[in-house]
Design a protein around this ligand. Structure first.
Ligand code: FES
Ligand code: FES
Length: 175
């Protein structure tokens, strides 16, 4: 079967569980959830308005700022641009589910570097950093610059330092 949103949705539809056809199933922070409403609704609405997982922020709503960044099957995605149909069958991780036991190395590095100012963009910054370090355990300054998440408070220098520190912590954790 081709990996298309429609096929994933069909495969994820829990018809055997007595739930009406067309219902979408997705995993969020390790738990299963169902959605039987508008399949074009952005994942961000489902997270914030339905589940009240308000750690993921709404800012531009058009995929440019990164405030709504979550992990979809481990990869950074802007939840305002992911329709529920595309989220179906995926595992979503939000800031609330990033680490179940203590702090994730990226969160630890954020605290050490006192990154946060107003805080609005920061869950998106952290989730984007997690994705970067998964792809690039030793990120260059260019790699970090390419993340592209916006911060109206201008915390960019501290974000850069924290990502390098998180890279060290992550490598130390692995050894
Ligand atoms: S709110 Fe999604 S990218 Fe800005
Ligand atoms: S810390 Fe205020 S927008 Fe980034």
């Amino acid at each position: 079967m081709q990996d298309t949103p429609e096929n994933r949705a069909a495969a994820a539809t829990p018809i055997d569980a007595g739930i009406e056809p067309g219902t979408l199933q997705l995993g969020i922070n390790g738990k299963p959830y169902f959605h039987s409403g508008d399949a074009t609704m952005p994942l961000l609405w489902f997270l914030r308005d339905v589940l009240r997982l308000t750690g993921t922020k709404y800012a531009c709503g058009v995929g440019t700022c990164g405030a709504c960044t979550v992990l979809v099957d481990g990869k950074a995605a802007r939840a305002c641009m992911v329709p529920m149909l595309e989220a179906a069958g995926r595992e979503i991780t939000t800031i609330e589910g990033l680490e179940r036991d203590g702090l994730h190395p990226v969160q630890q590095a954020w605290i050490e570097n006192d990154v946060v100012q107003c805080g609005y963009c920061q869950s998106g910054q952290i989730m984007a950093a997690v994705d970067l370090l998964r792809r690039k355990p030793r990120p260059s300054e260019d790699d970090i610059a390419q993340i592209g998440n916006l911060c109206r408070c201008g915390t960019y220098p501290r974000v850069r330092s924290a990502i390098q520190r998180a890279a060290e912590l992550t490598r130390a954790k692995r050894t």
